[in-house]
Structures are given as C-alpha cells and as structure tokens.
Design a protein around this ligand. Structure first.
Ligand SMILES: O=C(O)CCC(=O)/C=C/C=C(\O)C(=O)O
Ligand SMILES: [Fe+2]
Length: 314
C-alpha cells in the first residue's frame, strides 16, 4: 500500500502578523493545493513528524526522537488544545519496528505537543483530532543534536515500518526552512529561563501570553521596517532541489554547525522533511508533485510546502 508526503513550514506568526504583498494569498493557495493532494490520497493514517518548542519536551529528559502512543496539544498560538486522535496500535508498531531496525527512539504514553504538530493537522485536515495519527517528535531546537544522517536513517526505518502496515499512510513533515525566530537557549540563559527550558510544564496563561507576545513582537518589528533575522533563500532552494531529486544521502555530510551558520538556529526543523522523504524513498523512487517557496521575513521564515508520492509507472 502506498505512502505519500506533505511537508510544510509552520509559523507562530501565520495568523497574527500580516506579511507584505501577496505572500498570505500565495501561502493559502499552496496549502489549498496540499489539502487537495491529501484528500485525493485518502490516507487512513497520518504520521506527523514535527519538533517541539519547550512545550512538551524539556531538558529534564530531552529525547532526539519520540513517538507518541497518546498525545495532547497545549493549544499555543491560536491552535486547538486537547487530545490528538492517536492510532495507538500503529504507534506501538512504529516504535517496535524502528527500534528493531536499530534506530533508538523514545516512546511516550503522554506526549505533549505544540503548534509544530497542531498547525499542519488543522491546516490540512481541519482539526487536531480529525484523522488517525501517529505523532513523531524530532528534536530540532534543543541543542545538542545528533548527526543529520541519524534522521535520514530514522526516516528509512519509519518508512519500512509503515509499508508493513499495508495502509494508506500520509507522512506530514512540519517546520523549517531557513529561520531563526526568538527562542531561548540553555547556554547562558538566566536562571528563570533555564528553569523554564529544563521543566517549564504548565505555564500560567500570563506566562504563555508573554512568550507568544515576544515572538509576535519580533514579527511586528519586521513589519515596521526593522531588518529581522536573516533568511537564506539560496539554502532553502538547494534543499528543495535535493529533496526533489532524491539526493537525500547528500545531507549525510552536513554538520549541525553548518546548518545553523547557513540557515539559522531553527533551520534544524528541516530534519522533519528529511525524515518524511527518507520514509517515502523506502517505498522506491518518488516524484515531488508540488513545491512552493517564499521567503517571508514578517513570519521570520523561509516558507515552503511540498507534496510527493511514489513514481507512477509510465
Ligand atoms: O519562547 C519560547 O520558549 C517559545 C517561542 C516559540 O514557540 C517560537 C516558535 C517558533 C517557531 O515554531 C518557528 O518559527 O518555527
Ligand atoms: Fe518551529
């Protein structure tokens, strides 16, 4: 049974900061195209691969990878709060098979997720609990990271595990591309920020509003004419080309320091895209069906959306 892929950037600023020109219309129409692709594929399982931004995963125990056998969204940046419709049996199958393939990953019976998971579920399917889901977390924010090839290998093992299910599985990758929004780092953090990064679960509504306001203000500053964090459209386009051409192994030589220097601290979120495409490649050659890209400084994001499916016999 087939696999298919949709990958999309997410942004906490998408619904609160208006970008210049026709960027919003262009993004809306690219999402409409991705929605139509997903609807036509008719998945009976959606595997969402996404990062977290210190809402569910903290430095008191930060896994590189984690599969949720049950999951709840915190409801940040205007996304819904509540349980995801996790397909528990499929999630447990994925954990067993990926571990058996030699790729270490954690499992959570109470995974907490944020807009990284919720935004694509809402934009593609209309809600966080609208489709049977297996949520897969890839740490893309909390340094240190393992080598990029581990993510590719995770994707390959995931793809093989999903093929064995003999279901119609849509992989959804969330995050990227080049971007560097305001996110605290543990190194050099003042004690109260460090405490939040280590175990900041259950913030008060005021604390959450403060965090969201800080990110929104960064976007509004760009709207007001300040330069904002650097995007790297050339890097983004090269990454999209690499995916389209199936040259996934080329990322094995990428160092984490190089990704950060070229594309920003949060560019590591492209690991979610790499995992999706590596999973799809486990089913054989594939074709990218659509590829949208815009640098959107007001959203502090090189914003991309792609769809892909196995190559059809001609
Ligand atoms: O202040 C915090 O701890 C959280 C800030 C935050 O959630 C930023 C998120 C940014 C993205 O998800 C992004 O641009 O990819
Ligand atoms: Fe993010």
């Amino acid at each position: 049974m087939p696999l298919a892929v949709v990958t999309a950037s997410h942004s906490p600023l998408m619904h609160t900061v208006a970008p210049r020109g026709d960027a919003q219309t262009a993004v809306d129409s690219a999402f409409a195209q991705a929605r139509a692709f997903a609807a036509e594929f008719r998945p009976d399982l959606v595997v969402v691969i996404a990062p977290d931004h210190y809402n569910g995963m903290f430095y008191d125990l930060m896994p590189p990878f984690c599969v949720g056998t049950a999951a709840e969204a915190v409801g940040d940046y205007g996304t819904a709060q509540g349980p995801l419709a996790v397909d528990r049996e499929a999630a447990r199958h994925v954990v067993r098979e990926v571990l058996a393939a030699g790729v270490d990953l954690a499992m959570s019976e109470r995974m907490v997720v944020d807009h990284g998971f919720a935004q694509p579920l809402e934009l593609l399917f209309g809600g966080i609990d609208a489709v049977p889901t297996v949520p897969v977390f890839i740490n893309s924010v909390a340094v240190p990271f393992g080598p990029v090839c581990r993510t590719r290998l995770l994707g390959e093992a995931l793809g093989r595990a999903l093929l064995a299910l003999e279901r119609r599985v849509l992989l959804v990758g969330s995050g990227g591309l080049s971007h560097d929004p305001p996110l605290p780092t543990l190194d050099g953090a003042p004690p109260e920020v460090a405490a939040r990064l280590i175990a900041g679960r259950h913030p008060t509504p005021g604390e959450r509003a403060g965090r969201e306001a800080r990110v929104r203000d960064a976007g509004l500053a760009v709207v007001a004419g300040e330069p904002g964090p650097r995007l790297n459209p050339a890097w983004d386009r090269a990454f999209l080309d690499l995916l389209a051409e199936g040259r996934l192994k080329a990322t094995d030589t990428w160092t984490n320091a190089w990704i950060t220097a070229e594309a920003g601290n949060s560019a590591h979120e492209v690991r979610t895209w790499l995992a999706c495409y590596a999973a799809l490649a486990a089913a054989g050659p594939y074709d990218m069906r659509s590829s949208f890209y815009r640098p959107i400084p007001e959203w502090i994001a090189g914003f991309g959306i792609t769809t892909a499916e196995p190559r059809r016999n001609s």
